[in-house]
Design a protein around this ligand. Structure first.
Ligand SMILES: [Zn+2]
Length: 139
């Protein structure tokens, strides 16, 4: 279902709860909402009002990927970047890492599977943005 994008700081600043496989309906809402908008690189669950550690992002193959409970494990090469967020007006300067190792869970056949991967460039930046959302931090 397409949801409205949350701009309410009180919701966005709450640290999100650990997500489980029972939260899968949120994923569909995130995808529906992202597909109803233009130029969406990523969307976190709390941006549609669900304070769970879930996000979707557009990978380098232009496909939406789902991540549950992402955590930054290792980060290298900090760089100043300019970012936008659908929940915030205007652009913000942030420091992101060009290279990030992220641990997360991915839904596979009705179960959450743990993964750990190194991301670079655009994907790395997007995922750090999303991890901040999960922590209740907005750029
Ligand atoms: Zn954002």
């Amino acid at each position: 279902m397409v949801k409205e994008i949350v701009k309410d700081e009180e919701i966005l600043s709450q640290p999100c709860q650990k997500a489980t496989i029972d939260d899968m309906p949120i994923v569909q809402d995130l995808i529906d909402t992202a597909q109803s908008m233009e130029d969406v690189a990523a969307l976190a669950a709390n941006q549609i009002g669900e304070t769970k550690c879930i996000a979707i992002y557009l990978d380098d193959q232009d496909e939406f990927k789902t991540i549950f409970n992402p955590k930054l494990v290792k980060a290298l090469y900090p760089a100043k970047m300019v970012e936008e967020c659908f929940s915030v007006d205007g652009e913000t300067k942030v420091t992101r890492f060009e290279c990030a190792t992220i641990a997360y869970e991915e839904p596979v056949d009705g179960k959450l599977v743990s993964r750990k991967r190194e991301f670079h460039g655009r994907e790395s930046q997007i995922l750090q943005h999303v991890i901040d959302h999960c922590k209740g931090k907005v750029i």
